[in-house]
Design a protein around this ligand. Structure first.
Ligand code: AMP
Length: 113
């Protein structure tokens, strides 16, 4: 996997508004928020996307989702938030380092656009 700007954020080569970090993941506010709360949770392991994950990544993927729920709660929206993972360019992925979007603080429609 080639270096993306998210690996640069992990390595503190470019700044980000970091809200959470542990040994497996980092979470920071999206630079172009689509909701009052818009945070990205990324694995420190450089996975391109969800499709590139393997069975050995299952604990990591579970950790990303569990952490996303905790962050939503910490932000005051533990009861109503949306999780999005865009996989592939056609699905809206623009940064090719797996990331979980946490969106909260407004009403959401279904189906998503
Ligand atoms: P996606 O389109 O699912 O790949 O999401 C990529 C997200 O990364 C978008 O919501 C962007 O606004 C966000 N983004 C891009 N550059 C940065 C950055 N330097 N810091 C924080 N978020 C960023």
């Amino acid at each position: 996997m080639t270096d993306t700007l998210f690996s640069k954020i992990i390595n503190r080569e470019i700044p980000a508004d970091i809200v959470y970090e542990d040994e497996l993941c980092l979470a920071f506010r999206d630079i172009n928020p689509q909701a009052p709360v818009h945070i990205l949770v990324i694995p420190k392991k450089p996975l391109v996307d969800l499709a590139a994950s393997t069975p050995e990544d299952e604990p990591l993927l579970g950790h990303l989702l569990h952490t996303a729920g905790k962050i939503a709660a910490d932000e005051g929206y533990g009861d109503a938030f949306r999780i999005v993972i865009n996989n592939g360019e056609k699905a809206g992925q623009s940064v090719f380092h797996l990331h979980v979007h946490i969106l909260a603080g407004r009403d959401f429609t279904w189906p998503p656009g």
